[in-house]
Design a binder for this molecule. Structure first.
Ligand code: ADP
Ligand code: F6P
Length: 472
């Protein structure tokens, strides 16, 4: 078995086994923030990525992707149901996102979570060379740091949580809360998106495990585990370059024409997830139409909602409700050839996404809760002419870094409507000033800066830069 000095461990590999329209099997970039963040970062790095390839059955042997070795961990149909769809996405995901949907607790799911985490730890132990750096990602794999430390105490282990870490009153619901915290504490460094997540973690460790803990370190007896906030980012330069490409500019002009050359295009791009606030946003938009504040075809909404976790009941219900809502709004406010909402569920290619960002006068990113939200950052990076307004939920991690966005509370329907109107009516000079400031922030705080700060903190036992722990 070939071994690497840097191993990234994430539930998903950066490519996904999907079925093309003609029924053939094809490999596509996996959707979601984690892959968007890590894929450009690792490109041409001598690293191994340990993850799941998206299907069930035996693990396929995959070629290197952009010079990175792919090491596949198989999931059986039971693992898929009980680990991925169950404990990860019907217990932890809703619990960590303010319980906006009810988390479910089942003992069988917990068994699967342990089993799959053990499989990931075993696979990682095989491919990590002596003394390697191992970087474990996200809520699917919270037990891996502890399991891996038992197998390979020689490794330097980092853990990063891409999603929010909930306050004690929510986390305390979890039947296996102590085991999850202990699993994370197998790492040398635990990274969160926001400082208050690190604070929640420290409080829980002190309460549940009775260990001495601050927002920056936990004393586990023979070791110190460091804790900090490292807000994840994007490849800002790459998105800006893509958006500036002549073919993307031409595509943007074409898209705008196809939309009927409206005065205002509002865009939203989400995975179809109940945390993204899609229903609330559509309701705000329809009320603005109903009260005559905005009119079709002068203003149109493009909503991209890519289906996600499609076998999980809450996601099926959401999709039905969103599609019902879109149908109702289009029926009520659209005309032949002039829909109020252009609704797309096909995953856009990167260049198409950049063209969409270019035509969006207002980008509406209004999740009820989101660890970071990279779509918001991509939009800012793509606005190479410093125009456009970002409407951003206070409950997205990105809000702490982008104070110049028009910020709204997506639970407050009136506030959401006012925010949308304010963003649509923004003074162009003010919008440019805001956009410039946000773009400057993202140029300085891109994905490479994120990785550098995390990995240097992981490398250097004592010096966690305070700048990182102050965000949020
Ligand atoms: P989440 O991780 O919850 O899905 P984010 O907004 O943080 O939310 O990240 C979504 C990421 O998925 C963005 O980087 C976006 O560009 C990317 N994305 C959107 N559509 C696709 C697609 N069709 N294929 C791959 N990635 C996509
Ligand atoms: O961090 C959010 C997350 O779970 C990531 O792991 C991933 O980028 C994204 O959502 C997509 O989710 P899934 O892997 O379940 O399709």
């Amino acid at each position: 078995m070939r071994q690497s000095s840097l191993v990234v461990v994430a539930n998903r590999l950066p490519i996904d086994d999907s079925v093309a329209p003609d029924g053939a099997c094809e490999w596509r970039r996996s959707p979601g923030g984690l892959v968007s963040a890590l894929h450009p970062l690792l490109r041409h790095t001598p690293a191994t990525w340990v993850g799941w390839a998206g299907g069930t059955g035996p693990a396929p042997r995959l070629p290197d992707v952009d010079g990175v070795r792919m090491h596949t961990v198989p999931l059986s149909p039971d693992d898929l149901r009980d680990h991925y769809e169950g404990f990860a996405n019907a217990t932890l995901w809703p619990l960590y996102h303010d319980a906006v949907e009810q988390p479910e607790y089942h003992r069988r799911w917990w068994e699967a979570y342990q089993r799959v985490n053990q499989r990931f730890a075993d696979a990682t132990a095989e491919v990590a060379e002596p003394g390697a750096v191992v970087w474990v990602q996200d809520y699917h794999l919270q037990l891996v740091p502890g399991l891996l430390r038992d197998l390979r105490p020689d490794l330097r282990i980092g853990f990063f949580l891409h999603v929010p870490f909930p306050p004690p009153e929510l986390f305390m619901q979890l039947p296996r809360r102590a085991e999850l915290l202990r699993g994370m504490l197998g790492a040398d460094l635990i990274g969160f998106q926001r400082a208050h997540a690190a604070h929640n973690f420290a409080q829980l460790v002190a309460k549940v495990l009775e260990l001495p803990a601050t927002d920056r370190r936990v004393d586990v007896g023979d070791r110190v585990v460091r804790v900090g906030a490292f807000p994840v980012s994007i490849d800002t330069a790459e998105m800006a370059a893509l958006a500036a490409r002549p073919d993307v500019a031409a595509r943007a002009r074409r898209l705008r024409r196809d939309l009927g050359d409206p005065d205002h295009v509002i865009l939203s791009v989400d995975r179809m997830d109940y945390t993204k606030g899609i229903e609330q946003r559509l309701k705000a938009y329809s009320e603005l139409l109903a009260h005559g504040h905005i009119k079709v075809p002068h203003t149109v909404l493009v909503q991209v909602a890519v289906p996600s976790r499609e076998r999980v009941g809450q996601y099926q219900i959401l999709r039905d409700r969103v599609e019902h809502q879109v149908g109702r709004i289009n029926g009520e406010f659209g005309r032949v050839g002039e829909p109020a909402i252009h609704y797309l569920t096909q995953p856009p290619e990167r260049a198409e996404l950049a063209a969409l960002y270019r035509i969006a006068d207002v980008m509406a990113v209004t999740p009820l809760r989101d660890g970071m939200n990279l779509v918001a950052k991509e939009y800012v990076a793509a606005r190479v002419d410093d125009t456009g307004t970002l409407l951003l939920s206070e409950f997205a991690g990105a809000a702490a870094e982008l104070p110049q966005a028009y910020q709204v509370n997506p639970h407050d329907l009136e506030g959401l409507k006012q925010g949308l109107l304010a963003a649509l009516r923004a003074d162009p000079a003010d919008a440019t000033r805001r956009m410039r400031a946000m773009r400057a922030h993202l140029r300085a705080n891109d994905i490479r800066a994120w990785a550098r700060s995390y990995l240097s903190a992981l490398d250097d036992g004592d010096s966690l830069p305070t700048r990182l722990t102050r965000t949020g």
